[in-house]
Design a protein around this ligand. Structure first.
Ligand code: SAM
Length: 219
């Protein structure tokens, strides 16, 4: 099975032998890949909506993985069994991700790896992690028509993130994709700033972000 670059990057962040909760599994392609290649020990494919779960069941039947993947119809982590050690919450917005995590503050403490890929507002995800003093283990950027950032964290105690770390990550792999993403952002902000009067309320904050990007990469 060929995963998209985004899903492959998430797949790569799952530990060998993990028991995974794929939250908001949709088509369950990630769940299937994790079991097909023997990477995960067990996967629970969960979704709040029945329609995606129909797709999930089809994928699971197609790959003959009915004995290895349990499909669960539930919101967030509500019905996730206790043996799960890794959760993936991918392809959703910040608000939904926050709601899912906030709903089970005790449950998430036990997970070894919480793998998050928010489609928007990655900075808000980092602020959330920082406010809770959670620990970021790993971060990667991937380009798959859009730039995506994936964050792996756990609930052990860590220092709050600095302003720069909120923007660029604390443990981000600073590879070519990372550089290209920030170069593209810089050019976008530069074009916006040119049209913005200095008196505009957003001018100073945008200029500050651009200054931080200049410190971080060569623009
Ligand atoms: C865009 S899809 C992402 C699918 C897959 N995770 C991926 O990254 O390709 C989002 C899925 O999340 C599900 N979803 C949204 N809110 C949810 C929640 N609170 N709990 C569980 N699933 C949810 C939707 O039904 C949808 O199938």
């Amino acid at each position: 099975m060929k995963l998209s670059k985004r899903l492959k990057a998430i797949y790569d962040l799952v530990d060998e032998g993990a028991v995974v909760g794929d939250i908001g599994c949709d088509h369950a392609l990630l769940s299937c890949a994790l079991m097909l290649n023997g990477k995960a020990k067990k996967v629970y494919a969960c979704d709040i909506n029945e329609e995606p779960l129909k797709q999930a069941r089809k994928s699971i039947e197609y790959y003959k993985l009915e004995d290895q993947i349990d499909v669960i119809h539930c919101a967030g982590l509500d019905k996730l069994p206790k043996d799960v050690d890794t959760i993936v919450i991918a392809g959703m917005g910040y608000e939904t991700i926050r709601m899912i995590l906030d709903h089970h503050p005790e449950k998430i403490k036990h997970y070894k790896r919480i793998i998050i890929q928010s489609n928007r507002d990655v900075e808000s995800i980092r602020k959330y992690i920082s406010e809770h003093r959670y620990h970021i283990q790993e971060e990667v950027c991937v380009f798959d028509l859009h730039y995506y950032q994936i964050i792996v964290f756990d609930c052990s105690e860590d220092e709050k993130l600095t302003k720069k770390e909120i923007l660029f990550g604390r443990r981000m792999k600073k590879d070519n994709v990372f550089m290209q993403m920030w170069f593209a952002n810089y050019r976008k902000y530069e074009a916006i700033l040119k049209k913005l009067p200095k008196s505009n309320e957003n001018y100073a904050s945008l200029k500050e972000v651009m200054d931080l990007i200049e410190e971080e990469i060569e623009v």
